[in-house]
Design a protein around this ligand. Structure first.
Ligand code: PFF
Length: 451
C-alpha cells in the first residue's frame, strides 16, 4: 500500500532534519508573541495549566497521529487523507480533513505574515538604537505608531510573504534547513539571556507568580477554548502542516520519540518567553492584558536598559523573524504540495499563487489595526475573527477528526505497523486518547466555549 511510496517532494535526510523542521514549524510567533499575550488576557496561571494539560493530553497524541498519517500517505494532506480513507474502505468525505486544513493554513498564513512583519520592522527599529534607555511610554508609542500606519505594515507584510514564498517555491531542503540549524539554537540562547535579565529584575517574583499561581476563578469558558486552540496552534496541529512534514520523514525514524521532543522544545520556548516578558511588565507598571502588542511593548524596554542591548535586541528580533519564517513555510506547504501533485503546477508556480492570495487577504489584517479597527463583528476585528475562526475552531475540529479517523476508521494493523511503538501500554493509552478522550474533550470545549 501507500507506505511503500516515496514522496515526490523529497525526504528529510535524517531524523534530526525532521525534528528541526517540525520544531521550526512549531516554534514561532505562537510561542514568543501569542502565548504571553493570551496568557495575560486570560488571567495567568490557571490558563497556563489548562494549556499544558491540553498539550500533553491532546496535542502530543494528535501530533503522533498526524505524523503517522503523513508518513503513511507520503503525499499532501489532501491526497494523503483521500488515499488512506480509500485503503481503509472509508467514506471519501474523510478527505475533507485535508481540505479544511489547507483552508485554515491559508487563512492563518494571511495574518501570520502581517504579525511577522512587525518583528521584521523591529529589527530595524532596534538596530537604529530607538529604544536605548526607553521608558514604557516610548515603547508603547513606538508600537502604536507602527501598527497605526497601514502603508508601513503593508510593506513589511509584503516582504515577509515574499521571503516565505521564495523558500516554499524552492522546496524546503535548500536554504531554510541550513539557516534554522544555526538560528534555532541561537534563539534558545538569547531567550535564556533574557530570562537572566528578567530574573534580576524587580518584577520577577510577581511575573513568576502570575504565570504559575493557579487561580481558577479567572478561567472562563472562552479561556479554555483559547487554551485548547493555542495548544493546536503552537504545535502546528489540525491543519496538515505536520502531516505534510511527516510525509517527508524517513521510514526508519521513531515517530513517538520525535514527537515528544518537538513538544518539549516548543513548550520550553513558550514558557521561557512568558518568564522573560511578565517580570518586565510588572516592573514597569504595565498591563499584562495589553493584547497583541505585549511583546513589542515590553522587551524593547529590557533591551534598552541592558548593556549591549541594541545588539542583543536586534539579534532577538532577527531570531523571532526566523522562527516565524520557518513556521509560515509550513502553513503554505500543504496547499502548495497539493497543487503540485494534483494540478500539475510547478512548485514555484503553486507557491506564487498561494502567496499572492494570502497576501491580498492579509491586507484585511493590516487594516484591522488602523483604518478598520472600529469595524467589528461579535466585538472582533477582522484579524480577531480570522484568528478565532482558525485557531479556536478549525484547528481543534481538524484535530478532532484526525483523532476519530485514526482511532475508529483506520485498520489497526496499518496504524500499528506505521507507528511501531515498542511499549504496548503506551500504544493502548494513545488509542484511548484518540478514540475517546481527545474527541470528547475537543467537542465539549468547543460546544461550551462557543455557546
Ligand atoms: N506553530 C506556529 C507558531 O506557534 O507560531 C504557527 C503554526 C504553524 C500554526 C503551522 C499552524 C501551522 F500549521
Amino acid at each position: 500500500m501507500a507506505a511503500e511510496q516515496n514522496s515526490i517532494h523529497g525526504l528529510w535526510r535524517n531524523r534530526w532534519l525532521f525534528i528541526l523542521a517540525a520544531t521550526g514549524s512549531a516554534v514561532g510567533l505562537g510561542n514568543i508573541w501569542k502565548f504571553p499575550y493570551i496568557t495575560g488576557e486570560n488571567g495567568g496561571g490557571a490558563f497556563v495549566l489548562v494549556y499544558l494539560f491540553c498539550i500533553c493530553l491532546i496535542g502530543l497524541p494528535v501530533m503522533l497521529a498526524e505524523v503517522m498519517l503523513g508518513r503513511m500517505g507520503r503525499q499532501s494532506p489532501i491526497n494523503t487523507m483521500t488515499a488512506i480513507a480509500k485503503d481503509a474502505g472509508a467514506n471519501r468525505l474523510w478527505s475533507g480533513i485535508g481540505w479544511m486544513g489547507a483552508v485554515a493554513g491559508f487563512l492563518i498564513l494571511s495574518f501570520y505574515s502581517v504579525i511577522a512583519g512587525w518583528a521584521l520592522a523591529y529589527i530595524f527599529r532596534m538596530a537604529g538604537g530607538m529604544f536605548e534607555g526607553a521608558s514604557a511610554e516610548v515603547a508603547s508609542t513606538t508600537f502604536g505608531n507602527l501598527v497605526g500606519n497601514p502603508e508601513v505594515l503593508l510593506a513589511w507584510h509584503t516582504i515577509f510573504m515574499v521571503i516565505t514564498i521564495a523558500v516554499v517555491a524552492r522546496g524546503v531542503n535548500q536554504g531554510l534547513e541550513k539557516a534554522i540549524r544555526i538560528l534555532m539554537p541561537m534563539l534558545f540562547v538569547l531567550l535564556f539571556l533574557l530570562l537572566g535579565y528578567a530574573l534580576s529584575s524587580d518584577g520577577f517574583s510577581q511575573g513568576f507568580s502570575f504565570l504559575f499561581s493557579f487561580d481558577f476563578s479567572k478561567l472562563t469558558g472562552e479561556s479554555i477554548v483559547v487554551a485548547l486552540g493555542h495548544a493546536f496552534f503552537t504545535l502546528s496541529l489540525g491543519l496538515g502542516a505536520i502531516m505534510a512534514y511527516g510525509a517527508y520523514m524517513p521510514s526508519d525514524v521513531s515517530i513517538g520519540k520525535t514527537v515528544v521532543l518537538v513538544g518539549i522544545l516548543d513548550t520550553l520556548v513558550a514558557l521561557a518567553a512568558g518568564l522573560a516578558i511578565f517580570p518586565i511588565v510588572f516592573a514597569n507598571g504595565m498591563e499584562p492584558g495589553a493584547g497583541p502588542g505585549l511583546l513589542f511593548q515590553t522587551l524593547p524596554i529590557a533591551f534598552g536598559q541592558m548593556p549591549a542591548g541594541t545588539l542583543f535586541g536586534t539579534l532577538f528580533f532577527v531570531l523571532i523573524t526566523f522562527a516565524a519564517w520557518s513556521s509560515s513555510i509550513s502553513l503554505a506547504e500543504p496547499i502548495v504540495a497539493w497543487a503540485v501533485e494534483s494540478k500539475g503546477m510547478s512548485r514555484a508556480h503553486a507557491a506564487t499563487w498561494v502567496g499572492v492570495a494570502a497576501w491580498v487577504l492579509g491586507i484585511g489584517t493590516v487594516l484591522s489595526f488602523n483604518l478598520w479597527s472600529d469595524y467589528k463583528v461579535f466585538d472582533k476585528t477582522l484579524f480577531d475573527l480570522l484568528d478565532f475562526l482558525t485557531t479556536n475552531i478549525l484547528l481543534p475540529l481538524g484535530g478532532l477528526f484526525i483523532a476519530l479517523f485514526v482511532g475508529w476508521v483506520m485498520h489497526k494493523s496499518d496504524v500499528a505497523a506505521e507507528v511501531r511503538m515498542s511499549n504496548p501500554t503506551l500504544y493502548k493509552a494513545w488509542m484511548i486518547v484518540l478514540k475517546f478522550i481527545a474527541p470528547v474533550a475537543v467537542a465539549v470545549v468547543l460546544i461550551n466555549g462557543l455557546l
